[in-house]
Write a protein that binds this ligand. Structure first.
Ligand SMILES: Cc1cc2nc3c(=O)[nH]c(=O)nc-3n(C[C@H](O)[C@H](O)[C@H](O)COP(=O)(O)O)c2cc1C
Length: 232
C-alpha cells in the first residue's frame, strides 16, 4: 500500500505501459477489482463485468490474440502518424521515451502481469449514455492499482480480435467489450499528468466562457496542444 492521498492519486495517475514482469498477487488483484466494483452506475445497476485473463489455458490464448492485435494496431498507428524513432531520440526526448514505452508494451504484451477485459452488459437499447456506467469502474481500477503501488493502461486495441475473444471466452452478443486494462508494477514512475490548461476545459455560465478561478496550480505541466498563445 502506498501513502498517496486521494487528490494526489487523481492528479498523478499516469498510463503505465512498462511493467516489472512478475506476477501480480491475487490478493492485490482482488483489492483492485473490489475497489473498481464500488464505482457508481446508473440506478446502481452495475452493468460492468471484468474478465481477468490468467497466464494459463483460455487466459493465455486470449493474451496471445490480444498481443497480436496490439502489435499490429501499434504498427498501424506508427504508419498513420509517420512515427519513426532514431536511436538518439530513444534516450532523451519525451517522444522517444513514449515510443520506447509503447514498443515495450506491445512486445511484452502476453507477459503483462494482469489483464482485465472491461465489459458492459447492455440492459436497454443503445442510448446516448452508452457505456457511461462502466468507465467510472475502469478509472477506479487505475486508481486502486495506484494506491497499491501498481500502474495500468486502458486500450481499445482488442477490437480487431473481438469476435475471436467472444468465441473463446463465451462472451454474449449483448455484452460490449469496452476496454482492455493492463496492470503491473511500474518500471518507471507515476507523476503529474499533462493536460490542457484548466481555462480551456472549464467554463462558467456559458460555452467557452472561463471563470477567473479556472487557474492551474503553479508548476502545472501541459500537453503539447496547450496552452494557447493568448495564455502562454
Ligand atoms: C478510452 C481510452 C482509450 C485508450 N486507448 C489506448 C490505447 O489503445 N493504447 C494506449 O497505449 N493508450 C490508450 N489510452 C491511454 C491514453 O493514451 C492516455 O490516457 C493519454 O495519452 C494520457 O496519458 P496519461 O494517462 O499518461 O496521462 C486510452 C485511454 C482511454 C481513456
Amino acid at each position: 500500500m502506498t501513502d498517496v492521498t486521494l487528490l494526489e492519486g487523481l492528479e498523478t495517475t499516469r498510463s503505465i505501459r512498462r511493467y516489472v514482469l512478475e506476477p501480480l498477487p491475487e490478493a492485490d488483484l482482488n483489492r483492485i477489482v473490489f475497489a473498481a466494483t464500488r464505482a457508481p452506475s446508473g440506478t446502481n445497476r452495475q452493468p460492468f463485468r471484468f474478465i481477468s485473463l490468467s497466464h494459463e489455458g483460455k487466459g493465455a490464448e486470449a493474451r496471445k490474440l490480444l498481443g497480436e492485435a496490439f502489435r499490429s494496431s501499434w504498427a498501424q498507428k506508427c504508419r498513420d502518424e509517420g512515427w519513426e524513432i532514431s536511436l538518439d531520440e530513444r534516450a532523451d526526448s519525451r517522444r522517444g521515451r513514449m515510443l520506447q514505452a509503447m514498443e515495450q508494451y506491445v512486445t511484452n504484451f502476453e507477459r503483462t502481469p494482469a489483464i482485465l477485459l472491461a465489459c458492459f452488459k447492455r440492459y436497454r437499447p443503445l442510448n446516448h449514455a452508452e457505456g457511461a456506467s462502466i468507465f467510472p469502474a475502469c478509472q477506479n481500477v487505475l486508481l486502486a492499482a495506484r494506491a497499491l503501488g501498481y500502474g495500468g493502461c486502458f486500450s481499445g486495441w482488442h477490437f480487431q480480435v473481438e469476435d475471436e475473444l467472444r468465441e473463446l471466452l463465451g462472451i454474449p452478443e449483448d455484452v460490449e467489450l469496452s476496454l482492455t486494462i493492463t496492470l503491473g508494477r511500474p518500471q518507471g514512475s507515476h507523476g503529474p499528468v499533462r493536460r490542457r490548461p484548466l481555462a480551456e476545459l472549464v467554463y462558467e455560465d456559458a460555452w467557452e466562457s472561463s471563470p477567473s478561478w479556472a487557474v492551474d496550480p503553479p508548476g502545472t505541466r501541459f500537453t503539447r496542444g496547450g496552452p494557447p498563445e493568448k495564455q502562454a
